[in-house]
Write a protein that binds this ligand. Structure first.
Ligand code: DGY
Length: 429
């Protein structure tokens, strides 16, 4: 099934800009009102790309505000709870982190250095950008070092994730099996997300019970890295995080070069080299993509999701692997009216509207299209661009979209969708 796109009809970019202004809370942008009232790390990184098109200084401020919440050990938390808000659960009291800006105690896909590279390269005020870059580089390096030190202490080349929320793709069917092995939390709680979004579009309760068990687990272990690494009941080598970290690491090296900042560069290069080799252990010729791995059981997590082709974005596939992934994506785009569905529609775990189990996410489309372009597949880049435009034309700036009909799902007036439109869909592929 193919959806006819009419590229003559334009997206309302002034509305996209208005959404960022409306979600601005003074130095940081919330993803959407009510459902997500704080600063989320990867949302914020993508949103900065949108700010860049409206107000360069505001884009740099978005980054700086996030890095003000960086932990002493280098971690950038996935949520900064700048102000109290009753509309979200779990809040800072549940996470239990009390130092500095209240925050969650896990991270999120580390796309920051990639964002900052785009910002540096596209900005008009280069000297201002250079000053900001100099200030941010040590923080970015500390963040990347944190991933390798804390999440790959055995130097395997594959960092691990301790929570499905860390992947950003919370209820992806790829996490079903490792998450099922996590105990359920033994206290009751009131979910706030279901007061904002139809339950058909959100994760189920058994998943939340385990998400919260893990949050408690870190707190019980006093956020001690060694204890958590030894005993965490959920440890996944997530191909999405690994790919985004690899691209961001290469971007960070280039930024260091630009700023003549050589401190930490050699170590970073070694880590990137190690990942380039180790990634092959996740390749599946049968699936034509890279699969995440449960590091507790050693099982390959064989669901085909958009994370499995993100090695294109990370520059992690050989030319032969890239060609296979591109073939997979081409057929995947044929299989739905709007693409790319977060889970392949042939999966028996596919659900059209349920968050990461089927819907289309435009920031992921941007990453995959960018990777396709890097590997020399402009026609695929164009297809992904066109189908992304179609989503917005069909429904507006929603959090995610039903791949069968383009209906908007999750939160409306969503910052990263507006930002991706401003950054990517504003220009022809
Ligand atoms: C949520 O609450 O849905 C978030 O994805 C957690 O980061």
């Amino acid at each position: 099934m193919k959806h006819q796109n009419n590229d003559d009809e334009l997206i309302d970019f002034s509305l996209a800009a208005a959404i960022l202004c409306q979600n601005d809370r003074g130095g940081y942008t919330i993803p959407t009102d009510g459902l997500y009232p704080f600063q989320w790390s990867w949302d914020s990184a993508i949103t900065a790309l949108g700010w860049l098109r409206i107000d360069e200084k505001r884009a740099w401020q978005e980054v700086e505000t996030m890095f003000r919440g960086q932990w002493d050990n280098g971690m950038v938390p996935h949520i900064l709870f700048h102000k109290d808000a009753e509309s979200y659960f779990p809040g800072p009291d549940v996470w239990g982190s009390t130092d500095g800006i209240p925050s969650s105690t896990i991270s999120q896909p580390p796309v920051w250095a990639t964002t900052i590279r785009v910002m540096y390269e596209s900005c008009r005020d280069r000297s201002f950008a250079k000053k900001k870059l100099q200030q941010l580089l040590p923080k970015l390096i500390a963040y990347h070092k944190w991933w390798y030190r804390e999440r790959d202490p055995a130097n395997t080349g594959l960092v691990c994730s301790y929570h499905p929320w860390e992947s950003g793709m919370d209820n992806s069917p790829a996490w079903d099996d490792p998450l099922a092995a996590v105990p359920e939390v033994d206290w009751s709680y009131h979910r706030r997300d279901l007061g904002h979004v139809d339950s058909e579009q959100r994760p189920h309760k058994p998943e939340y019970d385990r998400y919260l068990y893990l949050v408690d687990f870190y707190k019980r272990n006093k956020f001690d890295s060694d204890r958590i690494h030894a005993n965490c009941p959920y440890k996944v080598a997530d191909i999405g995080i690994i790919s985004i970290l690899q691209r961001a690491g290469n971007d960070l090296l280039d930024l260091c070069q630009i700023a003549s900042h050589m401190d930490g560069v050699e170590e970073l290069q070694d880590e990137l080299d190690r990942t380039s080799v180790a990634i092959n252990s996740l390749w599946s010729a049968d699936s034509r993509c890279f699969l995440s791995r449960d590091l507790i059981t050693g099982d390959s997590l064989d669901q085909i999701t958009t994370a499995t082709v993100l090695p294109l974005f990370g520059g992690l596939g050989s030319d032969i692997q890239a060609e296979a992934m591109i073939g997979l994506i081409d057929e995947w785009l044929d299989a739905t009216n709007f693409g790319i569905s977060s889970t392949h529609p042939d999966s028996n775990r596919y659900e059209a509207q349920r968050y990461w189990r089927g819907p289309v996410w435009l920031h992921i489309n941007w990453m995959i299209a960018t990777g396709a372009s890097d590997y020399g597949y402009p026609a695929i880049e164009q297809r992904i661009h066109t189908t992304s435009v179609d989503c917005i034309k069909a429904a507006g700036f929603w959090e995610y979209f039903d791949a069968s009909n383009g209906n908007g799902c999750g939160g409306d007036n969503f910052s990263w969708t507006a930002a991706i439109a401003l950054h990517w869909l504003n220009t022809p592929a």
